[in-house]
Design a protein around this ligand. Structure first.
Ligand code: ACM
Length: 488
């Protein structure tokens, strides 16, 4: 018996010493797993993969027990299994699956990306490409900015002119042919995202940024300013609330996720006009509203009621926090990096928060100082800042650990005024989205920018193979900055 054991032991030792050694360097996975104990060997290339669910793990968490011939992926839910498989796939594509044990779960529940399709329309195939990348990066919230001044991009059956008229035009060409998603397109994309464990959040911006809708149905126009004509819905007309609620009812049915985003940003760009509008003045008198902000608050609370009746959670930009939006089922997206006071007040009040300040989370800001197309405001959004977000900023905002309990997560936003073609969209998103994903998933203790930069090397070849026009930090001449829409 003893002899057999000894023979077995030495056979195992021999076998182990023959097993190929794993390559040196960091585990080739983005976002980096939070905990990995690897033993320096590789699984065989046709190792069997088994999956299981263990409800005691965090819902989006997973473990990987990787032996040479069997790789066992256990998730806290289907999503956890999916994320474990992304980790395995990335290792397979980059040198082989390393044997050992990985235990992983996300830092943030909200790992988001926003695409604006109102200023320039990207289209279904490009959105699917983006969702594929998000899924591989374990990101789980796609915020879809579908309506704005330049275009209305979602079919609404009850109000067909929204797309017959409102879908004409882009930021660079007000006469560009109609471009929008039919309800079937929307269902297809929502299902595609769901298969990848991504929730899609539609944004129907109101009461500002409503110009395209007002071109379609002028009877609900609340006016604007000389620079932003026809910018607002009319909060003084009762019919406006019925109109917008009917729109939201269709939207709510198309998007089974728990959220509806109503924008609520920059209303003051056009709300001056309310003061000279008969219906708004009557409303102000009736409801004893004395300022434009009071009217804005009245409007948003009415629409928040509609969202609640539709069984959804409301999300608004932080401007709406000024007028009393924000609470248990009312989430605030903090974007005004120059207004940390708004963030601090909301955080201290326990309002659920998505952190997406312009710097460094607006991907319409350039990635490099040498770039000329895209925003720069006293700085820009280099990949290092995206990677390090948000920890280095908390103390400058005046927030401590105790104030962060209501932070749901982080999100980057791509506004599309200057991304009129696929090269420009790619150039602004890639490779920054990799840094975003790691900032959203990996806890500070497991983050390491040097390791991230090394892991990005494999990403560049993969993006090349996919034909993506990314900004190459190693060799900027590889993909020169594409011209913007106004200097082609
Ligand atoms: C925004 O950038 N207006 C949210």
């Amino acid at each position: 018996m003893r002899r057999i054991t000894l023979i077995l032991l030495s056979a195992t030792a021999l076998f182990a010493s023959c097993a190929p050694k794993a390559p040196q360097g960091p585990l080739p996975v983005i976002p980096a797993p939070n905990h990995a104990e690897l033993d320096g060997r590789l699984a065989v290339s046709d190792a069997r993969i088994e999956t299981a669910i263990d409800g005691t793990l965090p819902a989006e968490g997973y473990t990987i027990e990787a032996g040479r011939k069997l790789i066992k992926v256990t998730g806290g839910s289907e999503a956890g299994v999916f994320y474990g498989l992304q980790t395995v796939n990335q290792m397979k594509d980059n040198g082989g699956v390393r044997t050992g044990f990985i235990s992983d779960s996300p830092r943030y529940a909200w790992r988001g990306f926003m695409l604006d399709e109102a200023r320039h329309f990207s289209g279904k195939e490009r959105v699917k490409m983006l969702l594929d990348h998000m899924a591989a990066l374990k990101m789980n919230r796609f915020h879809w900015h579908l309506t704005d001044a330049q275009g209305w991009r979602i079919e609404i059956k009850a109000y067909p002119k929204l797309t017959e008229i409102g879908a004409i035009g882009t930021h660079s060409d007000p006469n560009a042919p109609r471009a929008y998603y039919t309800q079937d397109d929307i269902r297809e994309i929502v299902a595609y995202a769901a298969e990848r464990h991504i929730t899609v959040i539609p944004e129907i911006d109101m009461p500002g940024h409503a110009t395209a809708a007002n071109r379609s149905y002028p009877e609900f126009n609340g006016g604007g300013s000389p620079t932003q004509p026809d910018f607002t819905f009319n909060p003084g007309k009762e019919s406006t609330y019925a109109y917008l609620t009917a729109i939201l009812r269709e939207v709510a049915e198309l998007f089974p996720g728990e959220y509806l985003h109503l924008g609520g940003d920059e209303v003051n760009y056009g709300s001056e006009a309310w003061l000279s509008n008969y219906h708004v003045r009557r409303l102000m008198k009736r409801e004893k509203l004395s300022t434009l902000e009071d009217v804005e608050g009245y409007f948003l609370h009415r629409m928040a009621d509609s969202v609640a009746v539709l069984g959804k959670k409301l999300i608004c930009w932080d401007d709406a926090f000024n007028v009393g939006i924000g609470g248990q089922d009312q989430i605030i997206g903090w974007w005004r990096h120059d207004r940390p006071d708004k963030l601090v007040r909301a955080a201290k009040a326990g309002v659920p928060l998505i952190l997406c300040p312009r710097k460094p989370m607006y991907f319409d800001f350039v990635q490099h100082d040498s770039h000329g197309v895209g925003r720069k405001w006293d700085g820009f959004c280099p990949i290092e800042d995206v990677y390090a977000f948000p920890d280095y900023l908390y103390s400058s905002w005046g927030l401590g650990e105790d104030d962060l309990g209501s932070v749901l997560g982080i999100q980057a936003n791509l506004w599309s005024e200057l991304t009129h073609n696929t090269d420009r969209v790619d150039f602004m998103i890639f490779p920054r989205i990799y840094a975003l994903a790691e900032a959203a998933w990996t806890k500070p203790e497991a983050k390491d920018y040097e390791s991230f930069s090394q892991r990005l090397e494999a990403v560049y070849s993969q993006l090349d193979a996919e034909g993506i026009y990314y900004y190459d930090y190693r060799d900027p001449a590889h993909h020169p900055e594409p011209a913007g829409p106004f200097n082609n």
